[in-house]
Design a protein around this ligand. Sequence first.
Ligand code: GLN
Length: 338
Amino acid sequence: MFETDVQDVPQEALTGSLPSESQIARLLHEAYARCAEVTTGEVADYIPALAEADPALFGLSLTEVDGTGHRVGDTAALFTIQSISKAFVLALVCEAIGHQEVHRVVGVNNTGLPFNSVIALELNDGNPMNPMVNAGAIATTALVPGATAEEKWWTLHEGLSRFAGRSLELDTRVLDSESASNHRNQGIADLLTSYDRLHADPAEMVDLYTRQCSLLVTADDLAVMGATLADGGINPVTGERVVSPEVCRDTLSVLAACGMYELSGEWLFEIGLPAKSGVSGGIVAIAPGKGALGAFSPPLDRAGNSVRGQRACAHLSRALGLNLFASRPHPAKDAEHA
Ligand code: GLN
């Protein structure tokens, strides 16, 4: 599915650390050049304002856990974070109320169905299944600490900004556009309420969720946000602790199982990293203990994942030795078989 011709995986990077900075820079440029040629995929248009995105924009950014950044292309272009917010809101909620509660109320299993599926809810007795699909994300947002929607928003905005290391701004045009057209999400929230699985005002929770999706980020921001999850919860650029190492671990396991929706299995098979995508074309892929990739390119595949972003992550996962499932024999045993 993601054919690459990468052969030069640095052996030392397979299990331990990233290759040298000059190698990372070279491989990032190589991935960019190869994937820039890909022109398949469609820009999302079910949120009218997203249809205006420039399909030619393409940026790749990598932040190492020591804070070193590498970038190529349009990594400063702003776009709305969309579903990638779900990953970081999950982390904030786990930090605030504990992962067991999230497990109990929302779940951690893949639905095998699209992110905005209503059938998934019906098939599972109203259980949202996981925080990466819209039903589970709305249920997770309802668990954000705060007595009012405004207080919850403050916690959300402040928390996501701490992951990025800067105060994120809201794209009110995209917010208004999605708010005027998100009948499906409103239906999902009402359905959750009918199953007694949403203990907050459904319209307010959809509004909060839509707002979190409308925060503006860049590919550079995604790399820093992801690197915070790769770095035991400390933002490697600001040095601030955002969440605990345990919360990073739990969040990343949910991303591995559900972050790329119904294609999460294929993604894990090809790329081997926890990741999250959004319909505006962003992807964050996290290599625990190493760093994170932020990719941005608006054209999407049928599941809503950026086509170029996926290809670039596949290329870089192989070239940089990021796949979590890769190992090599113990040196002594390796020598015996040499
Ligand atoms: N705000 C979008 C929605 O709820 C986010 C979806 C996505 O990025 N996959 O439909």
